[in-house]
Design a binder for this molecule. Structure first.
Ligand code: ADP
Ligand code: MG
Length: 244
């Protein structure tokens, strides 16, 4: 079901350097009483930014991430992703936009244990149509490029079980990079890692940011959120700026 939007609620579209633009986004779950999981959320994320979002359990983090990842729709308000107004899109268009613009990184790495690292990364493309013009080389070549980009050029043929936690998460990040996304959405990406492996993932985030990637990271860990260039706090479905 498409959400009804009017010119009055939309305003001017954001400029080309804006990867995420939320305006007055609300998400209310039908329950008795209704749950207002996101309330009047305004958020602009610029290309190349590394933004962290922190907040207690139940504050709306997953709802926000699902909205940004086009897995859920706002009840009201507008959402532009990489210049595209998402409100007016149907489910197939949303899926295509998600596949071409967004890489997801989760707390669990979701690597298949009996496939090599390279095969795991290649499998990213089993679920999405390749973008014309982007898919130079074979799938295996692109997987190796992505693995080299995350510092795992020497681990192509390994099974995930032989990697450290940090290396497994970096392999999962390589898989997320396969579609050449504009944005990485990360939900507690270091939640399963000790401090040394956390550092290796954070160093990779710095590196990807320096290459122009936009990162949005949900985390409970203060040392992780402090590495972002901007921190935002969420509480009871409302966003507030965090002083750094
Ligand atoms: P967080 O990820 O920060 O823990 P969530 O986004 O999962 O928070 O949840 C925010 C609020 O919305 C909570 O009160 C939660 O119970 C409620 N909620 C989340 N999903 C649903 C749903 N499908 N139906 C009803 N309430 C929900
Ligand atoms: Mg959650």
């Amino acid at each position: 079901m498409k959400q009804r939007t009017t010119a009055a609620t939309l305003g001017e579209p954001p400029d080309a350097d804006t990867v995420i633009e939320l305006r007055a986004v609300c998400r209310t779950f039908d329950a008795e009483p209704p749950v207002r999981a996101l309330q009047d959320v305004d958020l602009t994320v610029r290309r190349g930014e590394h933004l962290s979002i922190v907040g207690p359990s139940g504050s709306g983090k997953s709802t926000l991430l699902n909205t940004l990842g086009l897995l859920d729709r706002p009840t009201s308000g507008s959402f532009w992703l990489d210049g595209v107004l998402t409100n007016v899109l149907g489910d197939l268009e949303r899926a295509a936009l998600r596949g071409s613009r967004i890489g997801f990184v989760f707390q669990s790495f979701h690597l298949l244990p009996y496939r090599t690292v390279e095969e795991n990364v290649m499998l990213a493309e089993a679920y999405r149509a390749p973008r014309p013009g982007r898919g130079r080389g074979t799938r295996a070549e692109r997987a190796r490029e992505a693995l080299a980009r995350v510092g795992l050029g020497h681990r192509f043929g390994f099974l995930p079980g032989r990697l450290s936690g940090g290396e497994r998460q970096r392999a999962a990040i390589a898989r997320a990079l396969m579609g050449d996304p504009a944005l990485l959405l990360c939900d507690e990406p270091t939640g399963n890692l000790d401090s040394e492996n956390t550092e290796s993932v954070l160093a990779l985030f710095d590196e990807l940011q320096s290459q122009g990637m936009t990162l949005l990271v949900i985390t409970h860990d203060d040392s992780v959120s402090r590495r972002a260039t901007r921190r935002v706090r969420i509480r009871d479905g409302r966003l507030g700026q965090e002083s750094t």
